[in-house]
Write a protein that binds this ligand. Structure first.
Ligand SMILES: [Zn+2]
Length: 214
């Protein structure tokens, strides 16, 4: 067995059509294939290397409906305590969902800043920014997201799965599932909240909704 280290795929940036068009379903009989398993492995590695708390297959240039997500105690430890509480952010183990179907539950929503590995340049000190948003990169904007969702789909072994998520995890799911529709957070951000990470703590413009849950 050659243990040659294969280069990881690059993260695709905004403008590439793969990020702006709907992705295709993975055929059930293909889930166990070497190709799909390799894509999942690559996605997990790329997400952890970035680091980010979620990644969708189009972000490595693969137009398939696959998402991975994970939030760790370590990542969360970089965020401010009151922010963690307001965002209802709790660690969860790695999740791989193939052909996810997301249903929004109830009508409670929350406004918070989020970012995306595919929007803007990578930063030099990503961990500092990680606490602030979904993925790590140079820009952020406020996005309204549902607080409770349910996702069904298949795990990497092809077994059906169902996940009920709330708070920050629900936000990550919505962000990643949007990628599969060709939608970036900037396509649905609250107008006039877009900014660089350096300016994250500056006040919102007059008229912008306050951060937090509704
Ligand atoms: Zn993203």
């Amino acid at each position: 067995m050659g243990e040659k280290k294969m280069a990881l795929p690059d993260i695709v940036k905004a403008g590439d059509p793969v990020l702006h068009e709907p992705a295709q379903e993975v055929r059930p009989e293909e889930i166990g294939s070497e190709r799909v398993q390799k894509i999942v492995d690559d996605m997990v590695k790329v997400m952890r290397k970035a680091p980010g708390v979620g990644l969708a297959a189009p972000q490595i240039g693969v137009p398939l409906r696959i998402i991975v997500l994970e939030d760790t105690k370590e990542y969360i430890s970089y965020a401010a305590k009151e922010e963690i509480k307001a965002q209802d952010r709790r660690p969860f183990d790695l999740l791989v969902v193939i052909n996810p179907k997301l249903v929004k539950k109830g009508n409670k929503t929350a406004f918070f800043f989020e970012g995306c590995l595919s929007v803007g340049k990578s930063m030099m000190s990503p961990l500092v920014a990680l606490g602030q948003a979904l993925c790590v990169d140079g820009f952020r904007a406020v996005v309204e997201r549902h607080l409770e969702i349910e996702v069904t789909g298949f795990d990497r072994d092809g077994q059906p799965i169902k996940i009920n998520a709330s708070g920050w995890q629900a936000r990550i799911f919505q962000h990643e599932c949007d990628h599969l529709e060709g939608t970036l957070y900037v396509d649905k951000m609250t107008p006039r909240t877009f900014r660089t990470v350096d300016n994250l703590d500056l006040p919102l413009a007059i008229g912008c909704p306050k951060l937090g849950a509704r």
